[in-house]
Write a protein that binds this ligand. Structure first.
Ligand code: NIG
Ligand code: FE
Length: 416
């Protein structure tokens, strides 16, 4: 069924003329068309000025079945949330309250709280319960404009429980219209059973868990938490090397709590993305830039655990590929709202509105290797389209703290 949105005040395409990501000056352009129209079925068929739409319809013989007014609206590609942990059980609001009283994220983790607390709840949950909770969060993310999402395991930390999380994510894929990609992150922490023999857990990851996940085809990518107190760079390298051998694409949680030069490891291993990077060094930035590894920034996490923000300006100015995502998880950043992330990016990481929008769409799609299909509005691409109740994209940032998204189409189907 062919639809048209016409009389759109601002159509923000992110068009990059077929190039799959943007850097530097390209980030200043959002491909805006004013007084625009877009014609689409499950793919985008035509984009242009509203006044030219009639002629395009005639020339192409489009049978338009629905016309939607874009008066007073901004139309954008759906947001791509390329880093989340939305499949989990339990709740850590009491830890959050303790942090508000002065405890740090690391202190709570050292007492057996943190990731291990969610691990206990996740191990006890059924696949169905995990899926239901994930579906709830993903549906909420759609309401805020997210149309593609990445979901990680990493709260099970046994073969069985990690598989359960990934099976739950598979249910999300089945039940939701979104584009969903999954990541195996058994190397998220060390489970209590192996606290005194971390090497044995790494052996388990390499010899049993990764091969099983690969055999079952349950994950698109593999990830590890290389940071102070978690996995060392050497351990990370061994895990990623095995994952690569098994055919996984790689991502890395890097330099979130301290600079351990995880960014260089991500570059060395050709990871698709290095994520967090609050403490990344200049050397790390250079390595990411040279390798073309996407620097995925998660400003919600810095905000939520009161840490310094990642040096976004340095990365952008160096020519690194920068993306934005939520990191939605129960401990270090509990939000699924990409508009909140955009606001934090411009105010606290000094990104421009244009840079933030490109980072949350085309570059985030590239971080998942989906930018040939989604992340921008271009003829032939998938119709993941969101409508905001503002007449210019700057108003998304200017009028902050509220939800501007009114309607969402994923693959051309109205979802909201
Ligand atoms: O991405 N950095 C590691 N993992 C999560 C935190 C998970 C948690 O606290 O539950 C993150 O910030
Ligand atoms: Fe994370």
């Amino acid at each position: 069924m062919i639809k048209m949105i016409n009389n759109i005040d601002s159509l923000v395409t992110m068009n990059n003329n077929g190039k799959l990501f943007k850097t530097k000056e390209e980030m200043h352009d959002v491909g805006e068309i004013k007084d625009a129209a877009i014609i689409f079925d499950n793919n985008i068929l035509w984009i242009g000025k509203s006044q030219d739409a009639d002629e395009a319809i005639k020339n192409n013989n489009f049978k338009i079945e629905e016309i939607i007014s874009g008066k007073g609206k901004t139309i954008l590609p759906g947001f791509v949330d390329s880093h989340t942990h939305i499949v989990f059980a339990g709740n850590r609001s009491n830890e959050f309250a303790r942090r508000l009283r002065g405890a740090t994220y690391q202190e709570i983790a050292a007492e057996g709280g943190g990731i291990l607390r969610t691990m206990k709840a996740t191990r006890e949950a059924s696949i169905e319960d995990l899926a239901q909770k994930g579906i709830q969060l993903a549906k909420s993310a759609i309401k805020y404009g997210t149309t593609s999402i990445e979901v990680k395991s990493g709260y099970g930390l046994t073969l069985e429980s990690e598989l359960n999380q990934l099976e739950a994510a598979k249910i999300l894929k089945k039940e939701l219209p979104m584009n969903i990609r999954t990541t195996f992150m058994g190397a998220h922490d060390f489970p209590p059973e192996y606290q005194n023999d971390r090497e044995a857990y790494i052996d388990l990851l390499i010899n049993e868990m990764l091969p099983k996940v690969a055999e079952k085809g349950l994950a698109d990518y593999a990830d590890a938490f290389v940071d102070k107190g978690y996995y060392t760079t050497d351990q990370g390298r061994r895990i990623l090397t095995k994952a690569k051998e098994l055919g996984f694409e790689l991502r890395l949680h890097a330099d979130e709590l301290a600079d351990v030069d995880a960014a260089s490891l991500a570059a060395e291993m050709n990871c698709l993305s290095a994520d967090h990077l609050l403490f990344v060094s200049d050397k790390g930035i250079e390595a990411l830039k040279n390798a073309g590894t996407v620097a995925t920034l998660l400003p919600g996490t810095a905000y939520f655990i009161r840490m310094p923000y990642a040096p976004a300006r340095k990365m952008l100015d160096s020519g690194a590929i920068v993306a934005l995502a939520t990191d939605c998880n129960p401990g270090s950043c509990f939000t699924e709202n990409m508009q909140m992330i955009l606001s934090l990016a411009v105010i606290n990481m000094k990104m421009t509105a244009e840079e933030a929008l490109n980072a949350a769409t085309i570059n985030a799609a590239y971080a998942l290797r989906l930018s040939d299909r989604v992340g921008s509005l271009e003829i032939g691409k998938q119709s993941d389209i969101i409508m905001a109740d503002v007449d210019s994209y700057t108003d998304l940032f200017y009028h902050f703290g509220i939800n501007h998204i009114e309607r969402v189409w994923i693959n051309g189907k109205m979802t909201l």
